[in-house]
Design a protein around this ligand. Structure first.
Ligand code: NAP
Ligand code: MG
Length: 402
């Protein structure tokens, strides 16, 4: 099989623990023997972030911005326990958050569907892709506790101090709580652009959910910005691709989610996306089959990764010399989705075919009954499972013989 040549680089971001072990195996066994692509490497392993005071994360994000394709391994987000474990100089923020802020993108979470792997919601035959607007709302709110009688007001003052808006919220006769939060039209518009461009690329219908019947200014703004952009820039393109866009009330949308069989993108406000992405992930069954794509508003820059973490429990076994049965599928799909974007930008049909083929091989092997332990446990007590190493051998063999 001749090696596929790729003219532009990708940014290869390494991470931590068992995910890192899997990452290196993917490169060594499934990518390097078949594809000649320049990898611009960043080590975002926790020690390397600590040594650089986290500067390496910012460098990696800027490199993804320049090169348009980033493929990322799962990384540790340190908590107090991790700070002790690695003797860290600081409690570094989540690398994913840092990269997302620099790329100003939206994260799309998508399950990989495999026919013989049972789903908790059995009729979800096609993926539900959750897009979460990861800016503002309750995550940037200010709250107060109210301990005595009094009046709660919401107020705004313009920078030149010429304009003020004051809205009375509530007269407190007894103790209670209050909250205020915000969003910006610009961030909502970028979110809308991300969603429309992603839907077009994947040729999937798009839904936005809000509670605009109650929040007639706040949520209505989301609806209005999406609708204006759709009418102005996307309606014709959507019609040409036979896909649709619709706003729905969040209550109606959750009912549809349960009734329908998947096959759509769901644009969620920040909190809804936080909750719904975990709900949907459970409905499809396995963390090992959930992918995640971060995409810029214009659709040109993407960063891909598995949605799961560094799988610490398996890493402990691995370090003790025990063969693990860790599922590499979501990490392999991070590579195929990232390389497929490279193929799309470079118009490299051979690379595109390789990516499609590798995804098919992975799914086909599992559908023929060979899988890792996490999936075997879902299938049933009689289902046999393979070690990570044997599973990789099978995939490599199939690529070589295709
Ligand atoms: P996790 O690494 O996703 O693992 C949770 C459990 O799910 C594992 O113990 C394992 O269960 C199962 N699992 C997850 N992925 C699997 C796979 N590919 N194959 C087989 N089983 C899999 O989550 P966590 O334990 O909460 O977090 C560990 C570390 O990852 C933390 O330091 C966290 O900060 C980090 N994290 C990073 C990201 C990211 O970079 N995007 C996301 C989430 C978490 P069993 O032990 O039962 O086999
Ligand atoms: Mg959550």
């Amino acid at each position: 099989m001749p090696i596929i040549q790729v003219s532009n680089p990708i940014v290869d971001i390494n991470g931590d623990e068992m995910a890192r072990v899997i990452w290196e195996k993917i490169s060594d066994e499934l990518i390097d023997p078949f594809i000649n692509v320049k990898k611009i490497k960043y080590d975002l392993g926790i020690k390397s972030r600590d040594n650089t005071g986290d500067k390496i994360t910012i460098d990696a994000a800027n490199s993804i911005k320049r090169n348009k394709v980033g493929i990322k391994c799962a990384t540790i987000t340190p908590d107090d326990k991790r700070i002790k474990e690695f003797n860290l100089k600081a409690k570094y923020p989540s690398p994913n958050g840092t990269i997302r802020n620099i790329i100003n993108g939206t994260i799309f979470r998508e399950p990989i569907i495999i026919k013989n792997i049972p789903k908790i919601v059995s009729h979800w035959d096609n993926p539900v892709v959750i897009a979460r607007h990861a800016y503002g709302d309750i995550y940037r709110s200010k709250e107060i506790q109210i301990k005595e009688k009094g009046e709660l007001k919401l107020s705004f003052k313009s920078k030149d101090k010429k304009k003020t808006i004051v809205e009375k919220v509530f007269d407190f006769n007894s103790p209670g709580v209050g909250i205020s939060y915000y969003n910006s039209n610009r961030s909502i518009k970028d979110f809308a652009l991300c969603c429309f461009n992603f839907a077009l690329k994947r040729k999937m219908p798009l839904f936005l959910s809000t509670k605009n019947t109650i929040l007639q200014k706040y949520d209505e703004k989301f609806k209005e910005i999406f609708e204006n952009l759709y009418q102005k820039e996307f309606k014709k393109k959507f019609q040409r691709n036979k896909i649709s866009y619709q706003h729905r009330l969040i209550d109606d949308m959750v009912a549809c989610l349960m009734k329908w069989s998947g096959g759509f993108i769901w644009a969620c406000k920040n909190y809804d996306g936080d909750v719904m992405s975990d709900l949907v992930a459970q409905g499809y069954g396995s963390l090992g089959l959930m992918t995640s794509v971060l995409q810029s508003p214009d659709g040109k820059i993407i960063e891909t990764e598995a949605a799961h973490g560094t799988i610490t429990s398996h890493y402990k076994q691995f370090k003790n010399g025990i063969q693990t049965s860790t599922n590499p599928i979501a990490s392999i799909f991070a590579w195929t989705r990232g390389l497929a974007h490279r193929a799309y930008l470079d118009k490299n049909t051979k690379l595109k075919k390789f990516c499609i083929n590798l995804e098919k091989i992975c799914i086909n092997i599992i559908e023929k009954g060979q899988m890792t332990k996490d999936l075997a446990l879902m299938v049933g007590p009689d289902q046999k499972w393979l070690t990570t190493n044997d599973f990789f051998k099978l995939i490599r063999n199939r690529i070589e013989n295709s």
